[in-house]
Design a binder for this molecule. Structure first.
Ligand SMILES: Cc1ncc(COP(=O)(O)O)c(C=O)c1O
Length: 450
């Protein structure tokens, strides 16, 4: 980056930092390093930038921090834990916190989910879930069930399993010859002709789940292990399932003995006004992946929840042998576990899942008030997930979205763009003044942008 830009954002001693070394994820590195946007601290709903400006966060971290940044109870729990037990091996030895957290998480889950495998991220949760699905069929003597079905526009993290079942072309393009074999994709449900400006679940599109029957007809159910979908697709720009769509997927999977995995990395822990989206949609999958809100984003951690019968299928070998040859050095890490337990306490004590539900209407009204602004081609929302999609500038897809992101940051608002769609993930704990500041601020900024 130019030293001039560096000096502007790091005016004091820190300007000795070489910003070149950090290859930033999902970032236009050269563009960023020419004019960095740096965050120094956070509290509640705000970040403080390195040039000492308050920046209102409309993303709650990255769909992570529903209870607000630096929540005192979570900070205290982490501080205490790191001083008491900084690390504990989870292979053949354990520590109580991990067992307690697994118990707490499964008690929030839909009925029948009584086991939980810890990971460190959403991507790892997805890999773990796919491996559990394959292992389950193998253990049941159905080893031919190896095919995996994802969906166009799906996002399941960045590891090889996740990008293979994922459906975002940009995430696959560079690696397309090295993806997992035997993956298939359902059609996405994003359709501006039928579904533009839907409030909540659109009425059109449940029939798209029937494509699973076509995949079954072609590949034979005896070869298909699992279907994985996000109940509400987040990274593709908040694609809400059409009314009846998820129920149809469930029915078809059940009919053919295919496992249904809900990737709830975004939707779990209150984002859709319930502990899990599965409960909100009243559709029970077989495996659920989580991360993000599990620790309010404070320490990386994920969890994969499975139903009793899936867990039982693995418990059939000799008792002295590990039942699944899978796990991470940091599975059930004590500090992450402490953050998880404290986060669940905060969610419960502050009634945040209920608050999220109560905030939905305010959020929906605020979002849809942008309908008549120039270049807005769609607005979508479900729970506390929402998106405004803008028409791309001719021949320059993504530039308008990036311009909005930059102008907002400059004006004290953090918004995230995926191409020309701005996605919103307000805090579960938000109040009316938060929504007012966020959306009035956005309106002012948008009026100044082409
Ligand atoms: C549905 C879903 N699955 C998986 C992931 C990957 O999570 P992580 O970035 O923690 O690996 C994400 C991240 O946004 C996600 O939204």
């Amino acid at each position: 980056m130019s030293s001039q830009a560096l000096n502007e954002v790091l005016p004091d001693a820190e300007s000795a930092v070489n910003m070149d070394a950090f290859w930033m994820p999902f970032t236009a590195n050269r563009d960023f390093k020419n004019a960095p946007r740096l965050i120094d601290s956070a509290k509640g709903f705000y970040y403080t930038s390195s040039d000492d400006r308050q920046i209102l966060d409309t993303l709650a971290g990255l769909w992570t921090s529903g209870a607000g940044h630096c929540h005192p109870l979570i900070v205290e729990a982490v501080q205490k834990q790191v001083a008491k037990l900084d690390y504990a091996i989870s292979f053949q030895v354990g520590h109580p916190g991990a067992f307690e957290l697994a118990d707490r998480v499964t008690s929030l889950a839909p009925e029948g989910f009584d086991h939980c495998f810890f990971t460190n991220s959403g991507s790892e949760s997805v890999e773990t879930a796919l491996k559990i699905a394959l292992g389950y069929h193998h253990a049941k003597g159905d080893a031919s069930r190896t095919r995996l079905v994802g969906r166009e526009k799906g996002y399941h993290g960045v590891n090889f399993g996740g990008i293979s079942v994922g459906g975002l072309p940009a995430n696959r393009k560079m690696f397309s010859n090295s993806l997992l074999p035997n993956t298939h994709h359902l059609p996405h449900t994003h359709n501006l002709e039928y579904n533009a400006f839907s409030h909540g679940s659109p009425n059109w599109g449940a029939h798209l789940a029937d494509d699973l029957e076509n995949i079954v007809a072609l590949q034979d159910a005896s070869n298909i292990a699992a279907v994985i979908v996000e109940p509400v697709a987040g990274s593709a720009g908040v694609l809400v399932p059409p009314v009846g769509y998820l129920k149809k997927l469930r029915e078809i999977c059940t009919r053919h003995g295919i496992l249904l995995i809900f990737d709830e990395v975004i939707t779990a822990f209150g984002r859709v006004g319930a502990p899990f989206a599965s409960q909100r949609f009243e559709v029970v999958p077989d495996i659920i992946t989580t991360a993000k809100g599990l620790t309010n984003g404070v320490i990386p951690m994920g969890a994969v929840l499975v139903k009793k019968e899936i867990h039982e299928a693995f418990m059939n070998g000799p008792e002295h042998a590990a039942e699944i040859f899978h796990g991470y050095t940091y599975s059930g890490h004590p500090v992450a576990t402490a953050a998880g337990l404290a986060s669940l306490d905060v969610y419960e004590k502050e009634g945040l899942f209920e608050r999220a539900r109560a905030n939905e209407r305010i959020f929906e009204d605020a979002l849809h008030s942008f309908k008549d602004m120039p270049n807005v081609i769609d607005i979508r929302n479900f729970g506390l997930m929402g998106a405004i999609e803008f028409a791309p500038r001719e021949g320059q897809p993504g530039i308008r979205g990036l311009d909005i992101h930059k102008a907002c940051f400059e004006a004290g608002l953090l918004v995230r763009n995926g191409m020309d769609t701005i996605v919103f993930s307000p805090f579960l704990a938000a109040d009316e003044s938060y929504f007012q500041e966020a959306f009035e601020g956005l309106r002012k900024i948008l009026t100044k942008i082409d």
